[in-house]
Design a protein around this ligand. Structure first.
Ligand code: PEP
Length: 252
């Protein structure tokens, strides 16, 4: 816990894991969540939201949807709404993950609309921001973060119930983790940007690091005062490795 902010470890399963994998995972992770002071959130694919809801009922494990569309209902083939995710028991919505921004061409405005729709359904947006390798090499990291944060937050309601994940695009799924110093610099800067917009609420908002987090590197990241947890892709697919990240990270 940093500055009164409860640590959060979130598993982004992307388009992975089948029914029986999810059952095995939860058999292992529910006891971990019971003993942990941190908040644990799973992001399964939307077809398994109800399954995860059923398996986690009455436990400390929370879950969210990896993506939603901003309209409440209508002729939007293939989409799900925030209201539907909430109806399944979701608590969080992942917004603006780099794979959504870069593979599915989601603009900053679309990310904002999704985050706003999540809030309107009583869900917590977990908004991802981060620079590409080209932006980093051009020395544009802070400018990118400023644009991402100002675009994403300008139109959502000021709330402590919002989570930001700093995910440098070059670190996602590459095995190339940001150094704790670089991650802390970027995340401290994001907190100052939030302060510009929302004042002291910035001290209550949790900001996670994401990008090649593993059991071996989480302690050094979590030792940084502004890093409140992690959004984990690859290493969250295996319950032992997710549990090791929680164990190594939660008491730093
Ligand atoms: C992610 O997808 O948000 C992520 C951080 O992936 P990985 O941990 O595999 O880099």
């Amino acid at each position: 816990m940093h500055g009164g902010r409860r640590a959060l470890f979130a598993a982004n399963w992307k388009m992975n894991l089948l029914s029986s994998d999810i059952e095995d995972f939860l058999d292992d992770i529910i006891p971990v969540a019971r003993e942990s002071a941190a908040e644990l959130v799973l992001f399964p694919t939307s077809v398994y939201l109800q399954k995860v809801a059923r398996l986690t009922e009455g436990t400390e494990v929370k879950f969210g949807a990896q993506n939603i569309f901003w309209e409440r209902c209508g002729a939007y083939t293939g989409e799900i709404s925030a209201e539907m995710a909430a109806d399944c028991g979701a608590k969080y919505i992942l917004c603006g993950h780099s794979e959504r921004r870069h593979i599915f061409s989601e603009s900053a405005e679309m990310v904002t609309r999704k985050a706003r729709a999540a809030q309107a359904s009583g869900l917590i947006p977990l908004i991802c921001v981060g620079e590409t390798l080209a932006e980093r090499e051009a020395g544009e990291t802070l400018e990118t973060l400023r644009n991402d944060i100002f675009c994403s937050l300008a139109a959502v309601g000021a709330s402590a119930d919002l989570v930001i994940a700093y995910e440098p695009v070059w670190a996602i799924g590459t095995g190339q983790v940001a150094t704790p110093e670089d991650a802390e610099t970027a995340i401290a800067y994001i907190r100052e940007l939030i302060r510009e917009l929302w004042g002291d609420l910035a001290d209550e908002i949790r900001i996670l690091y994401g990008g090649s987090v593993k059991p071996e590197n989480i302690s050094d990241l979590m030792a940084c005062p502004n890093i409140d947890g992690a959004l984990i892709g690859g290493a969250s697919l295996d319950a032992d490795s997710f549990a090791a990240i929680i164990a190594n990270g939660e008491n730093c």
